[in-house]
Design a protein around this ligand. Structure first.
Ligand SMILES: NC(=O)c1ccc[n+]([C@@H]2O[C@H](COP(=O)([O-])OP(=O)(O)OC[C@H]3O[C@@H](n4cnc5c(N)ncnc54)[C@H](OP(=O)(O)O)[C@@H]3O)[C@@H](O)[C@H]2O)c1
Length: 211
């Protein structure tokens, strides 16, 4: 399986609010959904917005997997389109919450248990579950804490980062990878695979994570 982390960031590395991407960037994200078999989101991104993970032209792929990682299982899911339209999403949570959340979501979501590790839930089994369901390429769509967890647990193969021509400066806005420990010693090295300049002054960057 190949895992690709995708994000739009400001020049100062912030990903929030997620309005910095141009239409060209939005189209790239939608195309990547078309080219991959599954998307994974953090619960924070679901709380902050109403993501449905649609493809080009607003299409909701009937056979594409959509997953949310949540340690708490606590988000206003009744108000979110993810649980109303398209294929039933997967909720990845701790084993201890599976029965409770299974009852809460009924047939609106499928709840999958994960084991807790030192810095949160261990995510490799979530990707293994997606692979078991047929996913060969998976998109990690953020936000910052999910990105950090995936990177620190060594499950990301490539990064697709759109560097947008904006500065935020808001220290409270999520950054590309939000965690309490560095991802490396002190950095996690990456190798540049491709760079392209966009029409609105963005840079489309593609990196391989050196493991
Ligand atoms: N610019 C972009 O490309 C882009 C893309 C996506 C999101 N965003 C922005 O990013 C912001 C959200 O980022 P965020 O860092 O606050 O939230 P996030 O990463 O979306 O979600 C964090 C939550 O996900 C769950 N989670 C993630 N990894 C986990 C693990 N290993 N174990 C247990 N739980 C785990 C936890 O849920 P519980 O709290 O339920 O335990 C955690 O609090 C939003 O403002 C959104 O708009 C930007």
């Amino acid at each position: 399986m190949k895992v690709i982390l995708i994000a739009a960031i400001t020049l100062c590395g912030r990903i929030s609010p997620a309005t910095m991407g141009s239409q060209e960037d939005r189209q790239l994200l939608e195309r990547m959904r078309q080219e991959t078999d599954a998307s994974l989101l953090g619960a924070g991104t679901l709380r902050d917005g109403d993501p449905e993970m649609r493809g080009p032209g607003g299409v909701l792929f009937a056979d594409r997997l959509r997953g949310v990682v949540s340690g708490s299982g606590d988000f206003p899911w009744q108000k979110k389109q993810l649980f109303c339209k398209g294929p039933v999403p997967l909720i990845f949570t701790g084993h201890e919450l599976v029965a409770e959340l299974g009852g809460r979501f009924g047939d609106r979501a499928e709840v999958v248990g994960l084991t807790a590790g030192p810095g949160g839930l261990l995510l490799a089994p979530a990707f293994a579950e997606l692979a078991r369901r047929g996913a060969r390429r998976v998109l990690v769509e953020g936000g910052g804490r999910l990105n950090h967890a995936c990177l620190s647990q060594g499950v990301v193969d490539e990064l697709m980062v759109t560097l947008c021509p904006f500065l935020s400066g808001d220290r409270y806005a999520a950054s590309l990878a939000e965690g309490s420990v560095p991802l490396g010693d002190p950095f996690l090295p990456c190798e540049l695979l491709a760079v392209r300049q966009g029409e609105q002054g963005e840079l489309y960057l593609r990196y391989r994570v050196k493991k």
